[in-house]
Design a protein around this ligand. Structure first.
Ligand code: NDP
Length: 298
């Protein structure tokens, strides 16, 4: 068997189009332009690329983009003051503080200072609690993107057995909550899980969010299962020249694709969904702040 490839790049492009259409409707019908503020502290090169792409795609979708680049020496108090200013700004509907932050700043303190209704990353404890208790929440972008891909590939997920490998607050835990809300039977695996291959072997859905290159191999996977690979791991690629690198997932794509029913590639699977879902969250946040219903089709 050869798995169907779940094309996250194409799905993200259609989601961005739907976001763009919703934004055009909000402008025309309500004079509302959703605005996203992205705050970057310090000069991490990967973060700079993410922030630039977020800004570009926000503008492409017709929204307002506000970028704040602060020096690595910024104090926690200064960052909290900026968050407070953005919380109070009616033109800003979504606030994202790019992680990681410099060591002298508490990420938890900063995330929890963001107005939960503007917390488009969905990391605030209020949004984690809303998700866990089934209330309307802003949901972390990467797991939400995984869910959209799964629903598109499989339709109704109710009753399916799902294994999420990884229990971080930004991917694994919210992923498990989302699958539970879809009435999957969910197992969350982590570094202390015993006999992980046997745990994975029973799953109709496998979501790998581990950070270990190609850890999940085809012999672990139930024939026909759907495999979502969240991992982004940079490994040496001597075939591309000395010192060259390339990105691989947490799943060994070649062996897994021979067994799975559907699988996301890396790159081109989950990765492009994250920013598309961030744009979606910003539009949803803007609608809720304006007292409007969530836009249809998002
Ligand atoms: P974390 O490092 O925060 O969490 C990794 C999780 O994997 C932990 O829960 C850890 O368990 C578990 N784990 C580690 N080793 C093993 C093992 N040998 N067996 C089973 N479980 C293990 O990572 P993130 O959740 O932030 O990210 C996971 C991956 O997803 C990374 O590759 C990251 O780059 C990628 N990512 C991709 C995004 C995208 O846009 N596509 C966005 C965010 C992340 P324990 O809790 O016991 O330590």
């Amino acid at each position: 068997m050869t798995a169907r490839i779940i094309d996250g790049k194409a799905f993200a492009a259609t989601l961005r189009q739907r976001v763009g259409a919703a934004v055009a409707g909000l402008k025309a019908d309500h004079g509302l332009t959703p605005g996203l503020a992205v705050v970057l502290v310090g000069e991490d090169p990967a973060s700079e690329i993410y922030v630039r792409n977020k800004g570009l795609q926000t503008v492409e979708a017709g929204m307002a983009s506000f970028e704040y680049k602060l020096p690595a020496t910024t104090s926690e108090a200064e960052l909290l003051a900026l968050v407070g200013q953005l919380n109070a700004d009616a033109g800003v509907h979504g606030i994202l503080v790019q992680l990681p932050l410099p060591k002298h700043i508490s990420e938890a303190a900063v995330i929890n200072a963001i107005d939960p209704d503007k917390d488009v990353d969905g990391f605030h404890v209020i949004n984690a609690g809303r998700l866990a208790t089934g209330q309307p929440a802003l949901v972390p972008c990467t797991p939400y993107g995984c869910l959209l891909l799964l629903k598109d590939a499989l339709g109704d997920l109710a009753g399916k057995s799902a294994v999420v490998i990884g229990r971080s607050n930004i991917v694994g835990k919210p992923m498990a909550q989302l699958l539970l809300a879809e009435s999957c039977t969910v197992t969350v695996a982590h570094s202390k899980t015993r006999d992980l291959p046997a745990v994975v072997a029973g799953a109709d859905i496998v979501v790998a969010a581990v950070g270990r290159p190609r850890m999940v191999t085809g012999d672990w996977i139930k024939p026909g299962a759907a495999v979502i690979d969240v991992g982004i791991n940079r490994i040496p690629a001597p075939e591309k020249g000395e010192g060259a690198t390339r990105v691989v997932g947490d799943v060994d794509f070649a062996s897994a694709a021979a067994v799975a029913g559907a699988i996301t590639p890396v790159p081109g699977g989950v990765g492009p969904m994250t920013i598309a879902c961030l744009l979606r969250n910003t539009v949803v946040a803007a609608c809720r702040q304006a007292g409007l219903a969530d836009p249809a089709g998002l």
